[in-house]
Design a protein around this ligand. Structure first.
Ligand code: 5RP
Length: 222
């Protein structure tokens, strides 16, 4: 079995009947969503909060009931992927461009479970360019301010046009050779006018489930 599938399916074991479940975005979480749908067909009752339009469409197609923030005060558990994970369980997310909704959903969650394959584990964050969501207005100026923090930003493109997030914003993929203090960089980036949110998830993950090539999983707890 694919390592992403192993991790995604294992994470579902923490879901209990009646829970509100944050549904992450990406190819690892895809397997978690498939598994939830199977369990719903066998009688499990949960409601999901999707972190992207892509996940929302998949959940609707698979018959997973959804709910929104107007009806709830918190989320029981969120299961999401990551682009990099360090030994403190700090993360880089946003490779799929869903980082803003992912961070809102994660921060509303009592428990954040991250699923990934072994390639996502790193000693230091930063080899993966950090996605930063910025407003379209003034993005060139925002980019210059990110450079002042030591980043080397590039606007994300798709089919020769800037990539647009589900929220109508741009993404700047920012190379920071090595991120020695994720918490500080997270705060400093979010203080720049025009930055909507960035993909550093510092001290948010409770458990990381790593799918391994031998079909087993490794769980790392905070
Ligand atoms: C999307 C994300 C994803 O969780 C991250 O990119 C990992 O994706 P995948 O499981 O496909 O490797 O942050 O914004």
């Amino acid at each position: 079995m694919d390592s992403k599938q192993t991790a995604g399916e294992k994470a579902v074991e923490c879901i209990r009947d009646g829970m509100i479940v944050g549904l992450g975005t990406g190819s690892t979480v895809f397997w978690m969503i498939q598994k939830i749908s199977e369990l719903i067909n066998k009688g499990l009752s949960i409601r999901g909060i999707p972190t992207s339009k892509e996940t929302e469409e998949l959940a609707i197609k698979l018959g997973i009931p959804l709910i929104d923030f107007s009806k709830i005060d918190y989320i029981d558990v969120t299961i999401d992927g990551a682009d990099e994970i360090d030994h403190n369980l700090d993360l880089i997310k946003g490779g799929g461009g869903a980082l803003l909704r992912e961070k809102i959903v994660a921060s509303a969650s009592r428990k954040l479970v991250i699923v990934a394959d072994e390639s996502k584990l790193v000693k230091k964050l930063g080899a993966f360019p950090l996605p930063v969501e910025v407003t379209r207005f003034g993005w060139e100026y925002t980019l210059k301010n990110i450079c002042k923090l030591g980043g080397d930003p590039n606007i994300r493109m798709i089919d020769d046009k800037p990539f647009l997030t589900d929220n109508g914003n741009y993404i700047l993929d920012c190379r920071f050779d090595e991120i020695s203090n994720p918490n500080k960089l997270n705060i400093n980036l979010n203080m720049i006018p025009g930055v909507v949110e960035n993909g550093l998830f510092s001290k948010m993950a409770d458990v990381v489930i790593i799918g391994q090539s031998n079909g087993k999983v490794k769980s790392i707890t905070k």
